[in-house]
Design a protein around this ligand. Sequence first.
Ligand SMILES: [Zn+2]
Length: 249
Amino acid sequence: MNFFRSLTQSRRTALPAPTETRVTVPLNGQETVVVLRRHPRARRLKLQVDGKLGLPVLTLPPGVSEAEGLSFLNRNAGWTQKRMETLPDKVDLAPGVIMPFRGRDFQIDHQPDARGTVTVDGDRLIVSGGVDHLSRRVTDFCKKEAKAAIKPLAGQFAADLNRKPSRISIRDQRTRWGSCASNGDLSFSWRLILAPPHILDYVVAHEVAHLVHMNHSPAFWKTVEQIYPDYDRARDWLGSHGTRLHRIG
Ligand SMILES: [Zn+2]
């Protein structure tokens, strides 16, 4: 997925919410589940392979029929198949599994009677409690850590640009790493805490720069550069490794 498309600003309007349905269609001679997403703000047909779902997602803008969408999907069947085949393995959060955290690999060490919920010990994440809650405990821990890392950083970048973010929230956004609403609310994917710290820094800088420019104009990129000079490299990293982060949990 193109990173430019994944980092877009959102605006609050009275438009209806996006809806999603799943259809099974033949693709390259194989019955394939496809997510059809109707989005009132979409401007064109868009095809993605969603890392979290492991499925093709077809976004239909207003006025485009399902048939048109599916014919677009068929024309891009080869691309879709290749993306599906090259998806990184799904990583379920379970005892013994290796997962990235702040760009380093950690092994999940389930110790039911350990103190606290999740603690970092060397290259292990020690998770206490019942195994049924392990996955949720790890993601809750990541969300908390993401918030702790992002909040002060956003404040600092914003101060550098003489701005102030209104609200900062952490979500599990499927296709975006972050977003900036027109009222100044910023939201970020908790998965950024899995990436190396400088990647998280970049996404925070990017969204904070939207407090100055609500677009991706050259002036916007100049503002990003002011607070995060090496943004090209971070963008490339997300382009090539971002999907892996969506395959976790
Ligand atoms: Zn952006």
